[in-house]
Design a protein around this ligand. Structure first.
Ligand code: NI
Length: 185
């Protein structure tokens, strides 16, 4: 089976708020598995279900793996919520759904996240730095928010112009988009 494609800006499905997962079924477990495969293949360090066209509150992350072959330590969080946030951090973010762009975003430096794992057990984690940024970025996806919604209007409009041009060029040349650079979330 081919991997699920990652939706890219300005796909309107990325702007929708996702529904909570009502029950953790085999379908949900299969979706999480598909998402992990897509994330490692792209490669990225986080992925949210709406990025593969499923309007559900489900994220996957692995903030420690590298392509050079370090061990994988994936997590899947169902219905994740940030219940505490503390401090401030500025991080240069990218996103598999926002091709060819990175920008600094201000986030909380530390967060506490609660949700469920795929067995339906409570999941709770305190995260900081990159991992805190990644949780906030992925949970934003569940609310239809992209990192470019958190940068200045000027920077965003410059990106939107650039993206429109690239899409026009692609449709003229009939080519796919280039892969994102860096560690995309
Ligand atoms: Ni993203």
């Amino acid at each position: 089976m081919p991997l699920r494609p990652v939706l890219q800006f300005p796909d309107p499905r990325l702007k929708r708020a996702s529904k909570p997962v009502a029950k953790i079924t085999d379908e949900i477990r299969a979706l999480a598995q598909d998402m992990l495969e897509v994330m490692y293949d792209e490669p990225g360090i986080g992925l949210a279900a709406p990025q593969v066209g499923e309007s559900l509150r489900l994220i996957v992350m692995d903030t420690t793996w590298t392509e050079e072959g370090s061990e994988r330590s994936p997590i899947v969080v169902v219905n994740p919520e940030i219940v505490e946030r503390e401090g401030e951090i500025t991080w240069t973010e990218g996103c598999l759904s926002v091709p060819d762009f990175q920008a600094e975003v201000e986030r909380a430096a530390r967060v506490r996240v609660r949700g469920l794992d795929l067995e339906g057990h409570a999941y709770e984690e305190e995260a900081e730095e990159l991992r805190a940024v990644c949780f906030q970025h992925e949970i934003d996806h569940l609310d239809g928010i992209l990192f470019i919604d958190r940068i200045s209007r000027l920077k965003r409009s410059l990106y939107v112009q650039k993206r429109k041009k690239a899409l026009r060029r692609e449709s003229e040349e009939g080519q796919g988009t280039s892969a994102p650079s860096g560690r995309a979330l």
